[in-house]
Design a protein around this ligand. Structure first.
Ligand SMILES: *Cc1c(COP(=O)(O)O)cnc(C)c1O
Length: 405
């Protein structure tokens, strides 16, 4: 517990945690099960190229999601690239700037102009009312992102795409195990892409997948993933090496085995944060729709500094000193990162909600390495900081001044 300003680690007190709490610390499932799979893989000397674990992983992912095809890949960035090619996207694609940079890079790599669309400040997802004015004769598709695993407005997006004959692709990197309209995310649009990166909800060390109900897209994705090979000596298109390894699939299967337990832990932590911060002015934990499935992988704090008295960045500084390594996502927004900042220097003027949110969001640690009492401690520090915002701000400014270059 912090009782005075001197107890805060930014002012020289002992950090609340001896070992850092991380955002996105990998969750590791049953080690014995993983080791058994890895031993089998080594015994069989089948390390990649469509081995039994990748095949099983694809089948189980497709079954969990209720989708016809799962094409597993080495990561989600490459899955996006493959999806963009398989959908035949070109010209311009409408995409939110409030996303991880890979979403936009995947378009840029294929020579496509990303057209940034603002977000809805309540859902943090692409604002359906801002899409149609951005459509031009060059627009070939919409790339929606289910940010924090909370679904885009899938019905409205399907309608816009149909009326304008646009392709609809989803970056579902955050959304494994989440649903929309009582259907698992994975079967919306023409295709959806998941990430199984170590920091994501379902971890395969590195990994991704393109999922779709469209046989043609799935076939094209399978070819592109493997250099375009259709037979031993025949190549059909500009392919890439997008294969998932057997070791990754073994980890992915092990993660699938423990997925329910992981959701329960994330959900408990999320509930503890919501309850623990309910009475703290100016900070709010983003809620998930309890009518839908959620993975609760992201504890998203929104800071309103006019009410908290402390900016998001000041709160991050206070938490970091306590060894609570809270993260700003997605800061400063793709449109403010290169090469997009230089290519589209005026983008921020049409993205007011994105700009605001990029300055307000702070992700808090969760997952299996964080327990209820850890969450309680994080909440207590936030409560103490906000309650003492004025003297903290005065004292911290002096420190900023001393440490300024
Ligand atoms: C993590 C992430 C990606 C990239 O996933 P990788 O598997 O690391 O390539 C893409 N989009 C979003 C929204 C992400 O969070």
């Amino acid at each position: 517990m912090k009782h005075s300003l001197h107890d805060l680690a930014i002012f020289g007190g002992a950090p609340a945690f001896a070992n850092p709490l991380h955002v996105g610390r990998p969750n590791v499932g049953d080690r014995a099960a993983l080791r058994a799979r890895l031993d089998r893989m080594l015994d069989d000397r089948w390390l990649t190229n469509g081995g039994p674990f990748v095949t099983e992983f694809e089948q189980r992912v497709a079954a969990v999601l209720g989708v016809r095809h799962c094409v597993a890949t080495c990561n989600a960035t490459v899955a996006l690239d493959i999806a963009i090619a398989a959908l035949g996207l070109s010209g311009e694609v409408i995409v939110p700037s409030f996303t991880f940079i890979a979403t936009v890079h995947a378009l840029q790599w294929r020579g496509i102009t990303p057209v940034f669309c603002d977000i809805n400040p309540q859902t943090h997802n692409i604002d359906i009312d801002h899409i149609e004015p951005l459509i031009t004769s060059r627009t070939s598709g919409i790339l929606g992102v289910h940010v924090w695993g909370r679904a885009c407005n899938v019905l409205a997006l399907a309608d816009i795409a149909r009326r304008h004959r646009l392709r609809l692709l989803y970056d579902a990197a955050h959304a494994f195990g989440c649903s929309a309209e009582a259907r698992m995310i994975g079967s919306f649009g023409d295709a959806e892409v998941f990430s199984f990166h170590a920091t994501k909800f379902l971890n395969a060390f590195e990994g991704g997948a393109l999922v779709t109900n469209d046989d043609g897209i799935a076939e094209q994705a399978r070819l592109t993933r493997n250099f375009g090979f259709v037979g031993e000596d025949e190549v059909s298109c500009v392919g890439i090496n997008g294969k998932m390894s057997e070791a990754s699939a073994a980890m992915g299967l092990t993660s699938l085995d423990c997925m329910r337990g992981l959701i329960a832990v994330n959900r408990r932590n999320h509930e503890c944060y919501v309850a623990g911060l309910a009475d703290v002015p100016g900070v709010r934990v983003a809620k998930y729709d309890d009518q839908e499935e959620n993975n609760f992988q992201y504890v998203v704090l929104e800071v309103d500094d006019s009410a908290s008295g402390l900016s998001r960045d000041r709160l991050q500084q206070i938490l970091r000193a306590e060894n609570i390594l809270a993260r700003r996502y997605f800061h400063p927004g793709c449109h403010r990162m290169e090469p997009y900042r230089t290519l589209y220097p005026n983008a921020q003027h049409s993205l007011p909600h994105t700009e605001t949110l990029c300055a307000r969001v702070l992700l808090l640690p969760t997952g299996t390495t964080v327990d209820r009492s850890d969450v309680q401690k994080v909440c207590d520090i936030l409560r103490f900081a906000v309650a003492n915002s004025r003297p903290i701000e005065v004292k911290a400014r002096t420190l900023d001044h001393l440490t300024a270059p």
